[in-house]
Ligand binder design. Sequence first.
Ligand code: NAP
Length: 261
Amino acid sequence: MSRYGLEAQAGDVLDGGSLARVFLGADAVIHLVGIISELSECTFENVHAGGTTNAVAAARQAGVARFVHMSALGTRPQARSRYHQSKWAAEEVVRRCGMDFTIFRPSLIFGPEDQFVNRFAGLIRFSPVVPVLGSRTARFQPVAVESVARAFVASLAEPRAFGQTYDLCGPQSFTLARLLDEILEVMGRRRLKLRVPCVVARGQAAFLEFVFPRLLGRPAPLNREQLIMLQEDNVGNSEPANQLFGLEPLQFKEGIGYVKS
Ligand SMILES: NC(=O)c1ccc[n+]([C@@H]2O[C@H](COP(=O)([O-])OP(=O)(O)OC[C@H]3O[C@@H](n4cnc5c(N)ncnc54)[C@H](OP(=O)(O)O)[C@@H]3O)[C@@H](O)[C@H]2O)c1
């Protein structure tokens, strides 16, 4: 039992059989599982589409009535990235699940343990130069982890959310370069921002995708799917979720004080 009064039980979405017994007696399943980088059989298709199929089947088998699903902003049919394509396939599984479902599509999520803002903050701490990857114009609408968590919890007992899909976005949108400026301002640092040409970034990502799994047995810290996503706008309309769940999304700068430490 954790300090939050929760009981942890292990399960693997690639192994449907491991889930049904975990879900027994549950009123709802909140399905958060996802990856941003692939490793051996943990591909986007297997984890997102296959894993969601297994989770839905196990929830139904366990008699669960409510299914709340974590998707991602930018998920759509014929998306450019395989990440978003597999998230769309997962959404389609959820839409056909026969339970009272809700789907959330957050933009980039920030919070004390996030992997995006913290990665840039880490670079800023030790390097005089910070790379800017992706498009000059693509915009992001980062959302605080507190808003995302609040929406998931509030949706559980909200019948108006049944069968619905909601964007979760912050109140501001930024290009990647502007987002870095915001992080630099909060950290009180100045750094040279170096724009990395697409072809160079793709080469680096391909190299990391080859080396990391083979030599270190770990997913690559940067991959070509992420670069595709950094070239697209990632903005949405959070008003329906904000109103229904009473969310008051934090300004980006207000929510990233953790980068100072
Ligand atoms: N971070 C963002 O900006 C963002 C934005 C939009 C949507 N999302 C979505 O939010 C969800 C959580 O992402 P995150 O950023 O919080 O990533 P994360 O910290 O890596 O969380 C992913 C979780 O999925 C679990 N998981 C991975 N493979 C699994 C498997 N085969 N079986 C069971 N559990 C497995 C991981 O467990 P272990 O730690 O035990 O491996 C981890 O708890 C994902 O669906 C992601 O697509 C994230």
